[in-house]
Every structure is written in C-alpha cells, then in structure tokens.
Design a protein around this ligand. Structure first.
Ligand code: PRX
Length: 635
C-alpha cells in the first residue's frame, strides 16, 4: 500500500481508513519519507478547535525552499522547474531549470535582505504572471519573510487595505503587465495605493512592458540591477514548522478581507501530498494550472505542491482569448501538457465558442483534467470530457478553499469513478461531515446539509492575521468542535459529495470569492445612494453574476439611471476591482426587511434569479409591499 501515490480505489479506501484511524502515524510516515527536515518534530499534532489552536509537526525545523528546490538539484538540476509561457505567443517560452531557479531565488533573497527584509517581515507581491512572481514568493520563503501576494487585478484601494492590514515593509511589482492585447499600468496602481501605506519602506520594480513610469527617489528600485549585483548563494533560513509562510486574503461575508495565515511544515506536506495524488504526476510529466498565483490555487498548485514534487510546472502570463480562443490548446500542444487544471468559468466560456478552436490542436498528451473554484455544471463537464479529454482523461473536480490550503475533496484519477458535478470523496486525512439546521451531524448517505470538517489536516489556515477572534467566529463557532466551510453539500447513496454552493453572503463569480458587504460599502459611497443590497444570480459563463438593488437618496432620483449605473460600477472598480462589477442594477424605493431591520436576501436572490414561484412567507416583513414593486421592475 502506497500512501503517497494511490493507484486503485481499494488502495484509496485502505489509505483513507488508515488516515482516520491513526492520523498522526499516517501523516508522520508521509512527512518522514518524502521531505527534508533540518530537525524532526517532537509532536505530530496538537489541536483544540475551541480555541482554536492547531499545531502540526511541532518542534520540527525546515525551509520549504530546500524542499522545493535544493533537494532536487543533485538528480534533476537540469530539469525544467518552471516553464514560462508569455502572453504573446511569438515571444519565446522560458525553461527555468531547477539549477537556474536555485540561483535566481537565492539572488532575489539576497536583494530582499539587502533592502532590510528579515525573517517575519511581511512583503507584498503585486505582480503579473511572470517568473519574478514565483521567484519572489520563493525568495521570501528562503529568508523566512512572510509573503502576501495580492492578485494584480485588484484596485489600488484593495491593495492598500491589504498592505496596511499586514503592515508590509516592501512591495514587489512591475512597470506594467500584458493582458491579451492590452497593457496595464501596475506601477501607477501601486503608487496610488502607497499614498496611504506608511509601513512601506521600499518598492522593487521588475521591468516587463518597458513603459515610462515614475520612480520615487529612495523608495523605488529597479529589480534587475540589484539582482545582477547580488550573490547567487543564500543560506536558507531554518524555520519552525509552525512559523507563518504566507498571508493570503480572501473575502468574507462582512467587512474587510481576511488575511488567512498559512504555516510552513503542514502546508508543505499537504500540498505536496495532494498534488501527487490528485494529478498523478509522474516523472517527466508537464503540469499546467491556469490559475493566477495571486489566488490560493496558484500558491498551492503552481508553486509549492508541484515544486515540492520536483515537477515541471507551467506558468502562463496571458488569457485564454488571446490571440484567439485556441490559446489554451495551442499551449497544451506546444508543451505537451499532461495535467491541465482550470476553472469551470473558463470551460464554460470556451465551450461557447466554435469547436474549430479546439480541433486544430493535438491534445493527445493530456492524461488528467482538473477543475476548481466553483461547482461545475453538467454541460460544461461533458464538454470538457468529450472535447478536451476525448473521454480518456479523468476529470478531477477538486473542492477546497483558501482557508484549507490544499484540495480536500476530489477524485483520484484512474482510481475513483467520476460522476459529473461530484467532487466525490475526501482526500486521505480529511473527515467531512454534514450538519442539519439543529446543529446536529447528519449520519448516513443520501442526505444534504452544511459542510464541516471534524478533524484537523496539516494545511489548514491557523488564524486570520491580526484577528484570531474573527477566525474563531467565522470558522469554529457555528458548530461546536468543527471547522465550518460556509458551503452546502449533499452526500449521495455511495458517500460521494457534491458541493451545492455557498450558504453565506459570499458569492462566487467566475471562480472568484466576493463578499457582498465590501461591494455594498463601495456602492453606498456613491453620493446619490442611500442603501443597497447585492445578491448573486445564475449566469451562463460566470456561474454567478451580481445583482444590485439600490435605493437612491432624494437628490439622486432625478439623475439619469444609466449614468448612475456606470458611476456605481466605476466606484466598485476603484474600491475593489473590475471583477466585482454588478451585471444588473435595479433602483428601488425600498428593500424587504425583517422587523429587526435585516434585509431578507433570500427574497432578493429569488427575484434576481427569476424564481418567484415560492417566495415563502413575506407577511412577517416590515414592508411586504415593496416585494411586489421589486418584482414588477426586475431587470
Ligand atoms: O464555495 C466553494 C467554492 O469556492 C470556495 C472557496 O473559494 P476560494 O477560497 O477562493 O478558493 C478557490 C480555490 C480553491 C468554496 O468554499 N469551490 C471551490 N472549489 C469548488 C467549489 N465549489 C464547488 N466545487 C468545487 N470544486
């Protein structure tokens, strides 16, 4: 029986049973056999969900970059670690070998040190998908600095909020970025953000688009000359297993984004373990995840998980539409990609285009297809299976979260029989359960409830940066002694899980988590707006789109409504980013509220989704008459 590389369903069940029966022995054996530790742990696991406090491999010492880079050098120094595919298909791809990655990470790490960054300092990384992004992440890890990558589609306000929350000392960015035929002025966004970020001492700027940008004397430095002057040797900082590795922000139902803190040892073990099993990576394979490193998928399954396995991981700078809708498949053919991991929203968008964009390419290298980020609908699943996998590549529908650090529920390809829309079975070590409305665990199969996890796993986030109380309230208070995911799920007669979607005020749009509260805050900032409520409604490509109900102040009532809509979306773009723009904005005189003043979002969701056959009891509302008005004017 191999824990690390499961090949048959029976083996999966054996491994799973072992992982539940003896979790500490199970994880200890994996940690021992497959990783490089500078000192062994004293204790595998210590946990208490009531505090909550979770510690894995306590007392152990390591550096994750030694595991992701150094230990591969002897056997595969000349193997490609990162295969960079640029935005422009006529620009040459870069094959960065493990030897080169070692040298480049070390140089970068020395530059960080030279600029005053030390163990425990926070470094904000705001970069496009260029090699410097992966390299700077690893350089931080090399010296024990905590990276906080902010997706380079976020606005300057969103960037500033994240920099200030973590009190970052440095920002790493580029002069700009390519996105299809467009360029984006990243440095300008950083400059705007830094007007309100007192903790920032220096900015490193990679040159990518060669644009004319402002460099603030004493604060901003071009990266390349610093790298040229730095040594290619940098001793790895030896970290405790529970030292923070990174912070990554995710939206919550309320208020400001939550800086999820992931620590070093457990995160490494779990992401490496799940990468191996979920993608069945074999030596020589080329693996490609299309996510951006600005999201958890990129952290765990472009950078850390693949590199910890000595894999070749593709990093793609561009978009699926440039120069045309065939780009993904052109890249698969060109680099003979074996494992391909993307989001349902991308699949739905591609499936709408003519098949001629797929047919011209040789996709025979593909062995495993993955999806992540939101439920995949049956139609998209079949399109992917038939046209991309040619019905021979299993689809792994992987369910997990920023908070879980790694894949939690997923088929193991060639072992777990797949069913469209089902994430199927928990990974070894993961103990999911479903809870009912009375906070009781629902036993047995053929059932539906709220998805919780009842036992710790190595890569779970340990806290929210600077706000442990919020961590406790958000994840460990709804159900005693359980981690609450915020998702609903059903379990079929065989024990397979199907994720049905969020049960809180988080909406997943094109695979991106968006909290309604911060968007409402942005809308309410508009001088003509009195109040707003935002809900999701089904969308053919995005999965969900955003619907805003807006009450105007008296002063706004005479304004042109289309102009107002534009201005509101402009505000959202400035405060959060274009991903949070509203698809529909309905102006209304009121919002349905309970007697305690709470907006009844359930009703608003149903109206926005054109599902008004059963609105439930509205008589207890403070203002039941407003429901009819909203229904009459629905967009
Ligand atoms: O609702 C679930 C959905 O995405 C949420 C987590 O979002 P985020 O933290 O941004 O991480 C996304 C990438 C791991 C979950 O709570 N979700 C993620 N994967 C799936 C999914 N919903 C259904 N099926 C999935 N495979």
């Amino acid at each position: 029986m191999s824990y690390y590389h499961i090949k048959h369903l029976e083996e999966y069940f054996q491994v799973y049973r072992k992982s539940v029966r003896d979790p500490e022995i199970f994880w200890e054996e994996i940690a021992e056999e497959h990783f490089l530790w500078r000192k062994r742990w004293d204790k595998v696991l210590e946990w208490d969900f009531s505090k909550p406090e979770i510690k894995w491999f306590q007392g152990a010492k390591l550096n994750i970059t030694e595991n992701c880079i150094d230990r591969h050098l002897a056997a595969k120094g000349d193997k490609t670690a990162i295969l960079f595919e640029p935005n422009d298909p006529s620009e040459e791809a870069q094959h960065i070998t493990y030897n080169e990655l070692h040298e480049r990470v070390n140089r970068f790490a020395n530059v960080l040190k030279e600029k005053g960054i030390a163990k425990g300092d926070r470094v904000c990384i705001y970069l496009p998908m260029i090699p410097e992004l992966a390299i700077s992440v690893l350089a931080c890890a090399r010296i024990g600095a905590i990276h906080s990558v902010v997706f380079a589609g976020f606005s300057s306000t969103a960037l500033a909020t994240r920099i200030n929350d973590a009190e970052c000392k440095m920002v790493i960015t580029s002069d700009g970025s390519f996105r299809g035929a467009k360029t984006i002025d990243l440095k300008g966004i950083v400059d705007d953000a830094l007007e309100s970020c007192p903790s920032i001492e220096s900015v490193l700027v990679a040159k990518r688009i060669d644009s004319d940008i402002n460099m603030k004397e004493g604060r901003d430095h071009w990266l390349q000359p610093l790298l040229d002057d730095a040594s290619g040797q940098c001793e790895a900082e030896i970290m405790n297993a529970e030292d923070p590795l990174f912070i990554l922000y995710t939206s919550g139902s309320t208020g400001k984004p939550k800086g999820m803190v992931h620590t070093t040892g457990g995160y490494m073990v779990y992401t490496a373990y799940t990468f191996k099993n979920v993608f069945q990576y074999n030596e020589g394979d080329v693996y490609w995840c299309t996510a951006d490193i600005g999201w958890i998928t990129g952290h765990s399954y472009i950078v850390y998980g693949p590199l910890a396995n000595g894999a070749t991981t593709v990093m793609f700078e561009g978009v699926p539409t440039y120069p045309d809708w065939g780009r993904f498949w052109q890249i698969v053919e060109k680099h003979k990609v074996n494992q391909f991991y993307t989001a349902p929203t991308a699949i739905r968008a591609l499936a709408k285009e003519p098949l001629s964009f797929v047919e011209g390419y040789d996709l025979s290298s593909l062995k495993v297809l993955g999806t992540v980020g939101e439920p995949i609908n049956e139609e998209a699943w079949h399109w992917y299976n038939e046209n991309i996998g040619k019905t021979k590549s299993p689809i792994v529908d992987t369910w997990w979260q920023t908070e879980t650090g790694g894949i939690m529920i997923s088929p193991i390809p060639f072992a777990t029989p797949t069913i469209p829309t089902y994430a199927t079975l928990p990974m070894p070590g993961i103990q999911p359960c479903l809870m009912d409305d009375n906070s009781e665990e629902i036993k047995g199969n053929s059932t539906e409830g709220r998805l919780c996890i009842k036992f710790p796993w190595p890569s779970m986030a340990r806290t929210i940066w600077g706000n442990h109380q919020r961590y406790k309230e958000t994840y460990f208070s709804a159900y005693e002694n359980k981690y609450f995911t915020g998702d609903g799920a059903l379990r079929d007669q065989t024990g397979y899980y199907r994720i049905t979607g969020r049960v809180d005020d988080v909406i997943i749009v094109s695979g991106h988590n968006l909290g309604t509260a911060p968007i409402e805050d942005a809308v309410n900032e508009h001088q003509a707006v009195a109040e707003s409520a935002i809900v999701g409604f089904p969308h053919e490509v995005k999965g969900n789109a955003l619907y805003g109900y807006v009450i105007l102040k008296e002063t706004g009532e005479d304004r042109n409504q289309d102009n107002l809509r534009k201005e509101i979306n402009q505000l959202i773009t400035e405060r959060i980013g274009p991903i949070a723009k509203l698809d529909k904005i309905q102006f209304t005189s009121g919002l349905p509220k309970t007697r305690s003043g709470k907006i009844m979002r359930r009703i608003l969701r149903k109206i926005a989704s054109n599902d008004t056959s059963n609105l439930g009891d509205t008589s207890t509302l403070l203002n039941p008459e407003v429901v009819q008005e909203i229904m009459d004017n629905v967009l």
